[in-house]
Design a protein around this ligand. Structure first.
Ligand code: ADP
Length: 363
């Protein structure tokens, strides 16, 4: 639960000049199209960036203000917060913002108006909460195993924390599970306490689609903005090695995202795509008001029964939106050319200002 009260944020917002709103974010993740999209919609922009990391923002000229800090986490420092407020900033949270600012700080200390629902960020970060959001509305997720003894098919074993899939492994029996766990312990990759927290779920042999949605509470509609699939190291490198050579190489795959491909799904699946998007919005509304407000993403695998199985969600803009900075096939259908997720956010803020409803979409 967030200790930053909505009323306190509204007070800050009341002190803003609505004609001079600046869209700000941390210089990483999806900052390029967030800021570029904001400019396209006529906003001023600011980027808070670690010294030495500002090159892309300067080269692509997306920011009017550069607030350089020693380390990204300084964005929560009081002087930086004051600076952001003095520029009438609305901050757009993204994955790196959450990681560097920290959930506790966002919930308790960061007094700058943020776009979206700051309370929901914890729900995507903690597996138990994330699960609750999904199962409440019967969204298909990988079957979970509470005990390794019950393993009756191929499973994927995950460990807590944002490890980018490092150390995740696949097993098909409890013997194989135990052998791999012992092997990883002896290599010093995991500790006993990690083993206790190992999360075991059905391995889905399917194709990866990360579906990017936008929910606007202003017109109560879930929009499909684009899709990407992940390009992950080392797994996507390993699959280029012929299987007979793989066997000799003793490779443990990791799933570190290095980039994203744009992708489209077969059209007959789009009814389901909208259905699960609507369901997640409904579930979030019930569990963590004001729910999903703005961009969100469902990371899915589609199996050969054409089920869409959701293995993870982002309750804010997801990094895969970088695959459609100039719009996607889907955003084209709704908006014509050039609608990135960043620009869609700016359009929402612009509309809210016009309707005198900015307070509705910030926390
Ligand atoms: P993290 O967020 O810690 O990087 P994820 O849960 O996103 O970990 O998983 C990393 C990668 O592992 C995914 O992008 C996907 O390729 C693969 N993956 C995750 N869950 C499953 C699953 N149940 N079945 C098959 N592959 C999976």
């Amino acid at each position: 639960m967030s200790n930053v009260k909505k009323e306190e944020i509204i007070d800050v917002l009341d002190g803003y000049d609505n004609d001079e709103i600046t869209i700000a974010t941390l210089g990483s993740h999806t900052a390029l199209h967030i800021l570029n999209g904001a400019k396209e919609e006529g906003f001023k922009t600011a980027v808070v960036c670690e010294k030495g990391r500002e090159t892309p923002y300067r080269r692509f000229n997306v920011a009017d203000e550069y607030i350089l800090v020693d380390k990204f986490s300084d964005i929560v420092n009081l002087d930086i917060q004051e600076k952001l407020k003095s520029l009438n900033c609305v901050v757009i949270p993204h994955g790196s913002f959450v990681a560097y600012a920290g959930l506790d700080e966002i919930e308790n200390d960061f007094m700058v108006p943020m776009y979206g629902n700051r309370s929901i960020l914890r729900w995507e970060a903690e597996r138990g909460l994330e699960r609750k959001l999904l199962v409440g509305e019967d969204i298909r997720i990988p079957k979970k195993y509470d005990d390794s003894k019950d393993i009756d098919r191929s499973v994927m074993v995950k460990f807590p924390g944002a490890r980018g899939g490092r150390g995740y492994f696949v097993a098909s029996s409890s013997d194989e599970f135990n052998r791999k766990i012992n092997d990883m312990k002896s290599r010093g990759w995991i500790e006993d306490e990690d083993v206790e927290q190992a999360h075991i779920e059905e391995y889905v042999a399917g194709c990866n689609y990360c579906i990017h949605y936008f929910y606007s509470p202003l017109n109560d509609e879930v929009e499909l903005m684009g899709m990407d699939s992940r390009y992950e190291s080392s797994i996507d490198g390993i699959v280029r090695i012929p299987s007979k050579d793989q066997l000799d190489m003793d490779l443990g795959p990791s799933y570190i995202i290095t980039g994203n491909h744009p992708v489209v799904m077969r059209e007959s699946l789009l009814t389901k795509v909208f259905d699960i998007g609507d369901k997640l919005v409904k579930s979030a509304n019930k569990l963590v008001a004001p729910g999903l407000n703005g961009p969100f993403c469902m990371q899915t695998l589609v199996n050969d029964d054409l089920e869409i199985i959701v293995f993870e969600i982002s309750a804010r803009i997801d990094g895969g939106t970088n695959s459609f900075m100039n719009g996607s096939s889907y955003s084209y259908l709704k908006y014509g050319s050039g609608m990135s997720m960043g620009r869609r956010i700016a359009l929402e803020i612009k509309t809210a200002i016009k309707m005198m409803e900015l307070h509705k979409i910030i926390t």
